[in-house]
Design a protein around this ligand. Structure first.
Ligand SMILES: [Zn+2]
Length: 132
């Protein structure tokens, strides 16, 4: 049986970690305190995790961290297709902040003009299936 609930975050110990059981083998965790997320498949050696590692920006890989159960936490990407998205933006783990972009109708080619966002967004958006 699936459920959703707020629990204590295993990463930041805050009390606003949203946990959602998707099915028997997958449970999602998203913390409103630290802004990081994970799920029960985000463990080293899991195929899902290895797939994520292939597509994630370097910054996300640098910011990842394991909890006591071996789940790997990474910054959340919030994507509201009609509004925009919020994501971790920066050059390295010691120099980043949350950034947002407003959703605008664009052609794929518009993203190919250099700059961090321009370089990273096509990958991220492909991953989250939002590219028009
Ligand atoms: Zn947290």
């Amino acid at each position: 049986m699936s459920y959703d609930n707020l629990i204590k975050c295993e990463r930041c110990e805050g009390d606003a970690c949203y946990v959602q059981e998707v099915n028997e083998s997958i449970t999602n965790y998203m913390c409103y305190g630290c802004g990081f997320q994970t799920n029960t498949l985000m463990k080293k050696g899991e195929e899902f995790f290895e797939q994520q590692m292939e597509t994630l920006p370097d910054l996300y890989k640098e910011l990842m961290g394991e909890d006591d159960e071996g789940k790997v936490w990474m910054p959340t990407v919030i994507n509201l297709p009609s509004k925009g998205m919020v994501f971790a933006n920066g050059t390295k783990a010691s120099d980043w902040r949350w950034s947002s972009v407003k959703a605008v109708p664009v052609k794929k080619e518009s993203f190919m003009n250099g700059g961090w966002i321009c370089r990273q967004l096509p990958t991220m958006m492909k991953k989250i299936s939002w590219m028009p």
